[in-house]
Design a protein around this ligand. Structure first.
Ligand SMILES: Cc1cc2nc3c(=O)[nH]c(=O)nc-3n(C[C@H](O)[C@H](O)[C@H](O)COP(=O)(O)OP(=O)(O)OC[C@H]3O[C@@H](n4cnc5c(N)ncnc54)[C@H](O)[C@@H]3O)c2cc1C
Length: 463
């Protein structure tokens, strides 16, 4: 271990107490990996912070001694964004979980380690909800979801974390505490630093608290499940629903392989066809029936061969089963998976699906195609077996070509999972193709202002 790291650990133990600073190999191991992916690296220490003041101490000591710092929430990153590639100190914020809801102001305040599910549950006690709903919401933390700009099913209507955050408390390298933003739906106050931190993947500082806008729960939700005999027709139906301004709460798309995978693994009674769309429509009791009918009519006009609809909670759960089980089924069926995350303009959705199918055939790989297609975000999951000769290499090529499809169609290599270690090269391609070649250099300059010694989450975004 380098001298500066040994010194930092010794100072941290003195400042915070031995219990909060983990250095034993078996305690560090869980922090050397994240939810998925091939990346692994051991940190030198993990600090369990309990308060903003604890984080201040870590950033004061680490900055002075130039030791890398990696903020970590639930560790559910899919892109290696929490891997301590240069060792250093992981700040584990998972014990900081206080939540406060103000119905009068329509806001919720949460500490960075609270999970998205916990914030949502607290809001629901008051008849409200937090709109962004990553599928990983039971582990995804407030800090991690903001730093990753996470989204979810409800993105079709409500976008991702960036649309809902109003104000954040941060600790910057050196230990300065700065609140950015106001707890208001409307204000003007200098540069928009709140949104600079959203999606920054821990490269600028540590978010310790956040204040969000929240929404009243809808009176009623109707769930629709539509079957299509052609994936491209389903893609066109999604684009048409959006074009007509119907704006459902969720618009999820699943291909035949996805449904078959879920059926095989979980032995469920779900319809199998070339494509399924699951859509939720919400609103007042009076409005929701009319809106649901319009969505159903659109699906039928676009070629749906079977449409079911329900507002009964048990039946709604049945209609949703194929989507809920998709990632779990893929990880059980294939020894290794790469979960992709491209986003394309809605007008290019069917073309993207066509090209993805070509990639699957070209590389002779297992691939399920699903996604939050209502906002153009597709999650093809590539399955491979590293024990089969050449399969890992083919999977990697398929991953690259999938990213290229996003870029080529005027879209993005990531809709919500972020860049981390995984997508540095695809991001460069995207920026170059879309007139943003200077962006990474500008990011480097911005990072120097916040983090002149480069201690914050080194290597992510290639910074
Ligand atoms: C099964 C599965 C399903 C998923 N589904 C979705 C989905 O539907 N939508 C989606 O968007 N994502 C999804 N993800 C990806 C991931 O769960 C989300 O991005 C999640 O929001 C990350 O939260 P986390 O607390 O686990 O972050 P972590 O993995 O702990 O960290 C993510 C990044 O944020 C940084 N960070 C963490 N906390 C802080 C902080 N307090 N201050 C500054 N930086 C910080 C880290 O350094 C890292 O760069 C999924 C992952 C899995 C495993």
């Amino acid at each position: 271990m380098k001298d500066n790291v040994t010194q930092a650990i010794s100072e941290l133990k003195k400042a915070l107490g031995e219990k909060k600073v983990l250095t034993e190999k078996e305690d560090l191991y869980p922090f050397s990996i994240s939810a998925m992916g091939p990346w692994t690296a051991m940190p030198d220490a993990v600090v369990n912070t309990r308060s903003t003041q604890d984080v201040v101490k870590v950033l004061e000591i680490a900055d002075r001694l130039e030791v890398p710092v990696i903020p970590r929430g639930g560790g559910s990153s899919l892109t290696g964004a929490v891997i301590p590639t240069k060792g250093g100190i992981i700040i584990d914020l998972s014990a900081m979980r206080k939540i406060k809801v103000s119905v009068e102001d329509g806001i919720a305040e949460a500490e960075a380690g609270a999970t998205i599910a916990e914030v949502d549950d607290e809001c629901q006690k008051y008849g409200f909800f937090l709109p962004p709903d990553p599928a990983s919401l039971k582990v995804a933390s407030v800090g991690g979801s903001l730093s990753n700009c996470s989204g979810g099913m409800r993105g079709a209507r409500y976008g991702s974390m960036k649309e809902w955050v109003l104000r954040i408390e941060t600790v910057l390298p050196g230990g300065k505490v700065v609140w950015f933003g106001e707890p208001l739906y409307k204000y003007r106050a200098g540069y928009d630093f709140v949104h600079l931190f959203v999606g920054s993947e821990g490269t600028l500082g540590v978010i310790t608290k956040a204040i969000f806008k929240i929404m009243p729960m809808p009176e009623k939700i109707v769930r629709i499940l539509a079957q299509f005999d052609d994936m491209e027709k389903a893609g066109a139906a999604i684009a048409e629903v959006r074009r007509r301004g119907l704006n459902p709460l969720i618009l999820e798309l699943l291909d035949r392989s996805t449904v078959e995978a879920v059926k095989t693994v979980f032995d469920l009674d779900i319809p199998v066809n070339e494509a399924l769309i699951i859509s939720d429509v919400d609103g007042t009791k009076a409005a929701v029936e009319d809106m649901a009918k319009r969505v159903v009519d659109t699906f039928r006009e676009c070629g749906a061969i079977e449409v079911e609809m329900s507002s009964d909670p048990e039946e709604m759960e049945r209609l949703y089963a194929a989507r809920r089980g998709a990632f779990a089924a893929a990880t059980r069926l294939y020894p290794m998976v790469v979960i992709e995350d491209i986003t394309v303009p809605l007008s290019k959705l069917t073309e993207a699906i066509k090209r993805l199918k070509n990639v699957k055939e070209k590389y002779n790989l297992k691939m399920i195609i699903l996604g939050h297609a209502g906002d153009g975000n597709l999650h093809p999951v590539i399955g491979y077996d590293p024990e089969v000769e050449g399969e890992e290499e083919r999977a990697f090529k398929a991953f690259e070509e999938t990213c290229d499809i996003g870029v080529d169609l005027g879209g993005a290599v990531s809709g919500e999972h972020g860049i981390g270690l995984q997508k540095v090269e695809p991001l460069k391609k995207e920026l170059k193709a879309h007139g943003g070649e200077a962006i990474l250099d500008l990011m480097r300059e911005v990072k120097k202002i916040f983090d002149p010694k480069g201690i914050m989450n080194p290597g992510k975004y290639g910074l």
